[in-house]
Design a protein around this ligand. Sequence first.
Ligand SMILES: [Zn+2]
Length: 245
Amino acid sequence: MDIKTLINRLRVRIEDDYSEYSETYSENIFEIIDNYINNDKYSDLEKAFYLILNQYPSDMKNYFVKPNEMVLIPDVYDMGSPGIEYEVDFAIYGGVLNNPVKIAIECDGIRSHRQKHSNKDRKKDVNFQAAGWIVIRFGSNEIHEELAKHENQENYTSDFLQYIENVINETSQIITWRSYAKADFRSRLTGYKWGYILCPLCGKSQMGELNHIKHACRHCGEKFKREVLSSENVKYQHNGILYFD
Ligand SMILES: [Zn+2]
């Protein structure tokens, strides 16, 4: 497939995705995207890659993409300097403001003027990492492979987007129904210690507050007393509630 055809197809898909999955996006986003893909400054490879990063509306994926983002960060090689300005090929911002996820995607070798991983690039990576950025470098081979998958399968969703989502979830620990189902999240939210409890009557396990001994089984409906193990480190018991170390 001709790369221009692929670019057009990816562009149409973004509009379809946004109108199908989101009610809150602004039309402005298409203007931003079109300004990028109509700019001769960028190569066709960059344009196609940018469109892939923009798949799905931002209220579905917890991040957004900013191409050619300028940032001002400390220069760890010269802390006497007020900082150093860098341009990021694609900055991805996600998570929450007091625990943000900042990913710098650098595409090596897709702009003719750029050298392969130089000493300067390595210094840039160190400065970014020191400033809390995750740096991901893509070689042109990887980008070509990625584009080939999108050529062969019309509704292909990049694995890479899933990795970004996983990084954001691991770093920012966004609270959702899904995370509430995890014992450690629910413990921090509710103050109880949540864990798995086995019903001695039906033998099925379920998540429950370990602070209580008496439980009603969610499966068989019977009331039961749970077994408290010595390994649970109960500090003391007060008014029927167990407190742990
Ligand atoms: Zn049961």
